[in-house]
Write a protein that binds this ligand. Sequence first.
Ligand code: V47
Length: 379
Amino acid sequence: MQLSYPMDPALVAIEHKVDEGIPLSMADGLALFTTPDLHNLGRMARKQKERKSGKKVFYVLNRYINSTNVCYAGCKFCAFAVDEFKEKDRVVRMAADVVFAKAIETGNNFNQIHIVGGHDPRQLSLDYWVPLMRKFKEELPHVQLSFFTAAEIEYMAKRHRMSFAEIIGTLKDAGLDNVNGGGAEIFAEETRKKICPNKVNSENWLAIHEELHRQGIASNATMLYGQIESLEDRIDHLIRLRESQRKSPGFNAFIPLAFHPDGNELNDCGWTTGLDDIRMFAVSRLMLDNFDHIKAYWMIQGIKVCQVALEFGADDMDGTHGSTDEELIYHSAGTSSGQYVDDREFRRLIEAAGYEPVRRNSTYDEFPHDWTPPEMAKV
Ligand code: V47
């Protein structure tokens, strides 16, 4: 017997707009965030997901490294940043050869290396990164470099007195394939000033991604939710991303980042709930009609919420990471996720949800699940 749920009348007109390809407005976004009709919200998001990627759900065999946690940006939501003079014992600052060695510690069968760090004056420079990027490209040509966030790129541009176009050109030449979506936080200026006053501003974050796309480098986008932002701030953020993608296309995935409260100044905000998270995925999918992928990142949401998110518009679970303990951002802020997920586990969860698991790289080229790289790294 087919069960059906009476539909919230507010969703009827919105579903019609989505079906017609009409971008949703601020008022539509508010209705989606506040509807009590979670079932139909999920159904609409799932329908939109299936228009984009059918039954496919993506994952990547990758390595994840935070190469430094030294950072002087002073963001209020951050438990990761360390002041090297005040907290010497907590400093992680890897030499370039250590980053390379950690990446291949558990083999070379991976398609992406994801690296983000902090505003570290000793590490965030072209002298450090360009030779390391070239080494990755020479020794592991099958691995895509998913390095930096726009915040780090702005920091390096200022430091080297280069324009965004110049620094991006230099990084592209060194082998950059993709830029991570961090640093976006929340674009609404009043809220942004309160949570990350010293970080790249919204205008520059968007300008950097638009320039990346013009130069043919893919990127992702994120939003930090569940801190002090309003629902209007969230929708404004999604609309600015949609507009940016229209102007200069190149975003592959949007990743909602649930705020983690441990060890930072916004601790009073507490944890998001499972329902906040699920709703966030569905609303993102419906607002961002020109983004192909909405990523439910297991390390951030917990793997069970991510599996449920597949019913609410998500089509990506991110990657395996390496089986070493390198992730610090979420592990400093209280995540109870581990450091590693076996790719068989991704496939099991995706299949159990009724979808088809697809192995990918950063730019969503597809691989058989048992693909292995043609050449061994010279270790
Ligand atoms: O911008 C920091 C976030 C981001 C906390 O591109 C926090 O696939 C929650 O770049 N609670 C950096 N979030 C991480 C990043 C990223 C993450 C996932 C996927 C991708 C991708 C990129 O981490 C920061 C900030 O928004 N963050 N502290 C916290 N307490």
